[in-house]
Design a protein around this ligand. Structure first.
Ligand code: COA
Length: 181
């Protein structure tokens, strides 16, 4: 079973591992943005982040949830408003997702987690959401397609990944006519 929840203390070491040792997911999530880091730096910043989450009032809007699969922390979903190359004066949230645990992928977890997060955003009052990816990320594009996202903006050849040019893609989902599989 897939659930979304707030961060708990034991998640800190998962983040340290995902940002320093098991980093394959970064080859797919904005690989043009990778930065050098250390376990110590990650531990410090995720501990700080955990303290912020812990202090949130129960009913405060969330910008990020952890993904738990059958009791195991496998990734996260998040939202943001500062889109790359797309103006966003209406402050429509863009949703992002990562499942760094490779053995949890390809079995519907990403789609189900994002579906739950979009439902949460709909309950918060948002009428549409964006997601941004690149044309080489077939799994993310398939997840977006399964959830009913449609193409919104395309910047041809904006991204260079492993020596090849790819399009930067923004997709949009209208929550009033949302179709989910
Ligand atoms: C993208 C990601 C979140 C998707 O999560 P997931 O649990 O693997 O997704 P799902 O299993 O729900 O769906 C994946 C779909 O992609 C399909 N797929 C897998 N590999 C594929 C490929 N090479 N080409 C096309 N489709 C592919 C799967 O078959 C599945 O579709 P289906 O249900 O029709 O069979 C996850 O793979 C991940 O974290 N990847 C690395 C980080 C990343 O890319 N993050 C997104 C950045 S924009």
């Amino acid at each position: 079973m897939v659930i979304l929840r707030d961060m708990i203390e034991s998640d800190i070491e998962d983040y340290v591992r995902w940002f320093t040792a098991e980093t394959e997911w970064m080859d797919w999530d904005a690989p043009w943005e990778q930065e050098e880091t250390t376990p110590e730096a990650e531990r410090e910043s995720w501990t700080e982040y955990f303290e912020q989450v812990k202090a949130l009032p129960k009913d405060a809007p969330r910008w990020k949830f952890e993904i738990e699969l059958d009791g195991r922390h496998v990734g996260w979903v998040s939202r943001y408003f500062d889109l790359d190359y797309v103006e966003n004066p209406e402050k429509i949230p863009a949703v992002g997702i990562d499942v760094p645990e490779r053995d949890a992928r390809g079995a519907g977890v990403g789609t189900e987690a994002l579906r739950q997060f979009i439902e949460y955003l709909a309950r918060c009052g948002y009428r549409c959401v964006y997601t941004q990816t690149w044309s080489g990320n077939a799994r993310m594009l398939r997840v977006a397609q399964k959830l009913g996202f449609v193409p919104y903006a395309c910047m041809k050849d904006l991204r260079t990944v492993r020596g090849q040019k790819y399009d930067a893609l923004t997709l949009k989902l209208d929550l009033d006519t949302e179709e989910q599989t």
